[in-house]
Structure formats: structure tokens, C-alpha cells
Design a protein around this ligand. Structure first.
Ligand code: PEP
Length: 256
């Protein structure tokens, strides 16, 4: 049984006061998530603040990016050691905004994934097709190539602490959510790829999140899918009520 992971990607949002309020509300009400694991990923400048605000509550801390080099002359970048030093456990890698706005390639995502795993961080590796690629019937091809590019060289031991997030680019921040059939088809495909690259036992342990306009009113349907093991949430993670309602919907599905 895979414990669902409900991860909030706060992106370049919040200020000190709103980050503290959001984190403290989620921490205070963390039990609403039932058996689902909660994770918040604030901007790196608020990681310490959010860590201190969460305190001992059952809410994990994640970053939104990391650089693959250990240290040195890389102005503006953040290392895995710095994230570990701040108590970060997870790091989102290869988000579509980093791929399509900031030009990250699968090779970049792979270097970051290996660096994160080497440092003991758990990467959340994002994959997902553009609308044009879906319409051209290339979804599976894109997902396969992002999967093998981003996860090259990841050992069997490392893949079980890696999380994969399927985020169709056309569904991120648009209000257009994938249908349960569309989501399950790609998640099943990813599970198959994991089985082929590792084995069925390992594939069964890896969590595959869905991301793309997840809201309280569509969460239950998506989280009930056999190969969906949680959610990566942008917009709705900035509202504690919505984020916790999604977590509660996911936990409720697990109890059925
Ligand atoms: C995301 O940014 O990863 C995301 C899924 O955003 P949203 O939930 O707003 O679509």
C-alpha cells in the first residue's frame, strides 16, 4: 500500500506573513489529512520560516528546485547540502515551468535528480506533455522520453524514494483537469515503465502523483484511480481549506 502524498507547490507566491499563516494553518489542521502525507514546498527564501512554523507537526518540507553542483561559483543557485541544512526532505524537479519557461532539459533534470538522491533528498520528478503533443498523439512518446532522460542512472534502491509527478502541461493553472481516463492511462504507462526498468515489486512501491488543476471538487475522483498516489497542487495549495480538503478526499479514498 502506497501512502498518498499531497504536495503543495507554492511557486513564487506568498510573503513572510502569508507563508507563516498558511504553514501554521496547515500544521494545526494536519490531522485532517488522515493517512495521507502532507508536504509544503514554499519559495526557498521562506524554507526556514516555514520549517520553524511547522515545528513538530506532520507536514513535510520541500523545495522547488536545486542545482546539481555541490558548491562553488554558481551565483544564485542553491545546493543539495544547503537544502539538507535547512531540514528539507523533498525537492520538485523538472516542473513544466522550469522546462518550458526556464529552458531546463531532461539532462538538467537528470543531473539534479542524481544530486538530490546522492544527498538524501527525495526528488519529485515531473513529466508531462504539451497540448500540441497530446493532440498529435505523442503523449506516450513524450512521457517515455522524459522518464528515461530524467531518471537515467537512478538505482533500484534510489527509485523507491523518488516520486514521479504526471503533470499535463495543458492542465497546470488552467482549470482544465485531465479526465480520470487520461490520467490513469499515463499513470499506468509510468508504472509499466518502472516495471520494465526495475521490477514489479519496485514499481509497486513508487508513488506517482497527478498534478494539473486539482481542486477539492475533482480530487476524490482522481485520487481513487488505482495508479494515482497523491497530488502535486499549485493554485489550490495556497488556500489551506482547499489543500486540506484535497488531502482529506485522498485519505477518504484510501479507507474505502
Ligand atoms: C503545479 O504547479 O504543479 C500545478 C499542478 O498547478 P495547478 O494545481 O495550479 O494546476
Amino acid at each position: 500500500m502506497r501512502t498518498p502524498l499531497i504536495a503543495g507547490n507554492w511557486k513564487m507566491n506568498t510573503d513572510t506573513a502569508s507563508a507563516r499563516l498558511l504553514a501554521s494553518t496547515i500544521a494545526r489542521r494536519a490531522d485532517e489529512a488522515g493517512d495521507s502525507e502532507l508536504l509544503v514546498c514554499p519559495s526557498s527564501v521562506y524554507l526556514s520560516l516555514v520549517r520553524d512554523t511547522i515545528g513538530s507537526a506532520a507536514v513535510g518540507l520541500g523545495a522547488q528546485n536545486v542545482y546539481h553542483e555541490a558548491n562553488g561559483a554558481f551565483t544564485g543557485e542553491i545546493s543539495t547540502a544547503m537544502l539538507c541544512d535547512l531540514g528539507v526532505q523533498y525537492v520538485i524537479l523538472g516542473h513544466s515551468e522550469r522546462r518550458h519557461i526556464l529552458g531546463e532539459t531532461d539532462a538538467d533534470v537528470n543531473r539534479k535528480t542524481l544530486a538530490a538522491l546522492g544527498a538524501g533528498l527525495r526528488p519529485i520528478v515531473c513529466v508531462g506533455e504539451l497540448l500540441s503533443e497530446r493532440e498529435a498523439g505523442k503523449t506516450a512518446e513524450v512521457i517515455h522520453s522524459q522518464f528515461s532522460g530524467a531518471l537515467a542512472g537512478v538505482s533500484a534502491e534510489q527509485i523507491v524514494s523518488t516520486v514521479i509527478a504526471y503533470e499535463p502541461v495543458w492542465a497546470i493553472g488552467t482549470g482544465k483537469v485531465a479526465t480520470p481516463e487520461q490520467a490513469e492511462e499515463v499513470h499506468r504507462d509510468l508504472r509499466k515503465l518502472l516495471t520494465e526498468c526495475y521490477n514489479a515489486g519496485i514499481a509497486d512501491k513508487v508513488r506517482i502523483l497527478y498534478g494539473g488543476s486539482v481542486k477539492p471538487d475533482n480530487a476524490k475522483q482522481l485520487m481513487a484511480l488505482p495508479n494515482v498516489d497523491g497530488a502535486l497542487i499549485g493554485g489550490a495549495s495556497l488556500k489551506a481549506d482547499d489543500f486540506l480538503a484535497i488531502a482529506a478526499a485522498s485519505a477518504a479514498v484510501g479507507q474505502v
